[in-house]
Design a protein around this ligand. Structure first.
Ligand SMILES: NC(=O)c1ccc[n+]([C@@H]2O[C@H](COP(=O)([O-])OP(=O)(O)OC[C@H]3O[C@@H](n4cnc5c(N)ncnc54)[C@H](O)[C@@H]3O)[C@@H](O)[C@H]2O)c1
Ligand SMILES: CC(=O)N[C@@H]1[C@@H](OP(=O)(O)OP(=O)(O)OC[C@H]2O[C@@H](n3ccc(=O)[nH]c3=O)[C@H](O)[C@@H]2O)O[C@H](CO)[C@@H](O)[C@@H]1O
Length: 455
């Protein structure tokens, strides 16, 4: 029997994707398109039945794309017996942080399922989930061994962290992937597999290096967002417009990348993955203080926004517990429907706890829970609603929002620098010291916050 690397090269290998979600379903479609037979295994039977019917539940994969995959030998299933047909196992199950500890239970379960149902021949195991550095050594290999597999011998192990960015402008196939493994055989097998579906692979000498590279990518982003969030709060104290400052710094053609302040850092990656590193640092007795402090800065942004709103309303004689507030945007970032770890939701919970009366507007959110009540956000910005409210909070700058509907707003808090600075509306802007000191009667400013380079 040829080895798994040869079967991959001949496209004779069957690829199993374990966990068919935002990451797993696109992976399954790309490997099908590259000529592999693909088994998509997921413990959520309803999801697998939906795929079997040709109904995709992932925005980035429409039904036509799914239909093509089904026509080309993609088999969605929740029957683990089907895994006995596979040669390659790509794990894309959820991971996260629970009470400050990495939650790797799904990785452990998936590894056990693979050990139990994989065929008795050489296989390739790939972890594409985001895990803490060392997880392949501490979770994956022991689970495979406990199930009778021999990692590095009959089970080649690699870590290929997924970089897909749902809704982003980069296509999966245009994003190079890191391939980490502890031996040349394992590394080259995984490289042959992923070179079949993406622009290229970047090999590293161990699974741990790949795990660390992935957490570095997202920690770098989190720390730099924390930097501008901290400077935004400072700018409010020293009468500077942080947005103008960042745009000016951005005219430097090298050595600087713009990040922007906001109401906080949400989503399933950026607030979560760096905590794998801080947990590891603490466990190893080497706390990563910069990363920990950056996390604190981001986590306190929602409370900072609420403080500014309460102060602004108070200065206008409106106590927070008597305020009617319109909130624009509930999701964790613009133009997505995901509210996981959303700072806007944290701000709304905080305001409800202060007995403010809120009306939420977000066309991407059909319904959600706020202050233990089920709410259905409005779809569009209603002029009368805005005119009657004590304040409008602009928390998420969805492209579909049309801000001319705010022209009768008595007061606006703009957390995203989404509104023009030349406006008759009294606008409080996060990170703009000037707007804070005279939000009530500030004349329309001639300055703009976008610095254009003057040659
Ligand atoms: N979503 C992204 O943009 C993105 C980007 C990069 C990396 N990641 C990482 O990829 C991993 C998967 O994320 P996702 O967004 O695809 O999650 P998801 O929740 O969209 O999909 C995960 C799927 O795995 C299934 N599942 C859970 N436990 C299982 C098990 N034991 N066996 C089989 N299936 C199981 C779930 O039913 C679900 O359908 C996470 O580690 C995440 O951090 C996600
Ligand atoms: C594959 C993967 O893991 N992909 C990740 C994914 O991350 P993501 O989908 O979570 O999106 P992010 O854009 O990082 O936003 C997170 C939160 O940070 C806020 N934010 C952002 C920028 C800023 O300057 N100021 C901010 O305050 C924003 O509002 C939101 O709440 O896509 C990014 C590329 O978009 C990738 O780099 C990143 O690896």
């Amino acid at each position: 029997m040829t080895g798994v690397r040869e079967r991959i090269e001949e496209r004779a290998a069957t690829v199993a994707v374990i966990g068919v979600g935002y990451v797993g379903l696109p992976l399954a479609c790309h490997f099908t398109k590259a000529g592999f037979r693909v088994v998509g295994f997921d413990i959520d039977e309803d999801r697998m039945k939906s795929l079997q019917r040709g109904d995709s539940y992932i925005d980035d994969i429409d039904d036509k794309r799914l239909e093509r995959a089904l026509d080309n030998d993609f088999v969605p299933t929740s029957d683990p017996e089907k895994l006995s047909e596979a040669d390659v196992f790509i794990v894309a199950v959820p991971t996260g942080i629970q009470e400050g500890e990495p939650d790797m239970e799904a990785i452990r379960q998936a590894s056990q399922t693979i050990a139990e149902h994989a065929p008795d021949r050489e296989i390739l195991y790939v972890c594409s989930s985001t895990v803490f550095p060392g997880a392949a050594d501490e979770i994956v290999r022991p689970a495979l061994q406990a199930g009778g597999r021999r990692p590095g011998e009959d089970t080649l192990v690699a870590v290929v962290p997924e970089r897909i960015n749902p809704g982003g402008r980069y296509e999966f196939e245009d994003i190079p992937l890191i391939v980490g493994a502890d031996s040349d055989l394992e590394r080259t097998a995984a490289q042959k597999l992923f070179n079949a579906v993406t622009v290229g692979t970047a090999p590293v000498t161990s699974t741990k290096a790949a795990e660390m590279a992935k957490t570095l990518e997202n920690t770098y982003r989190m720390v730099n967002i924390a930097l501008v969030n901290e400077l935004a709060r400072h700018a409010e104290e020293v009468d500077v417009d942080i947005w103008e400052v960042i745009n000016a710094a951005g005219t430097k053609p090298f050595g600087f990348q713009e990040f922007y302040p906001g109401p906080g850092v949400g989503g399933h990656c950026i607030p979560v993955d760096p905590q794998f590193l801080t947990w590891l640092g603490r466990r190893e007795g080497d706390p990563l203080r910069l990363v920990e402090q950056a996390n604190v800065i981001n986590e306190t942004m929602p409370a900072h926004v609420v403080d500014q709103v309460e102060t602004g309303l108070g200065a206008r004689g409106v106590p927070i517990d008597d305020a009617s507030i319109v909130v624009l945007g509930l999701t964790y970032k613009p133009n997505v429907s995901d509210i996981r770890n959303s700072p806007a939701m944290a701000i709304c919970e905080n305001l409800c706890a202060k007995n403010a009366t809120l009306t939420a507007i977000d066309p991407y959110v059909d319904s959600t829970t706020l202050a233990n009540d089920q709410i259905e956000p409005e779809n569009e910005i209603d002029r009368d609603l805005i005119a009657d409210a004590d304040i409008t909070l602009l928390l998420v700058d969805h492209d579909v929002f049309e801000y001319d509907a705010l022209e009768d707003a008595p007061f606006v808090f703009d957390a995203q620098n989404a509104l023009p600075t030349e406006t008759a509306m009294p606008v409080l802007r996060l990170g703009d010291g000037e707007s804070l000191s005279n939000a009530h009667s500030r004349p329309a400013s001639s300055a703009t916050s976008s610095t254009t380079f003057q040659s």
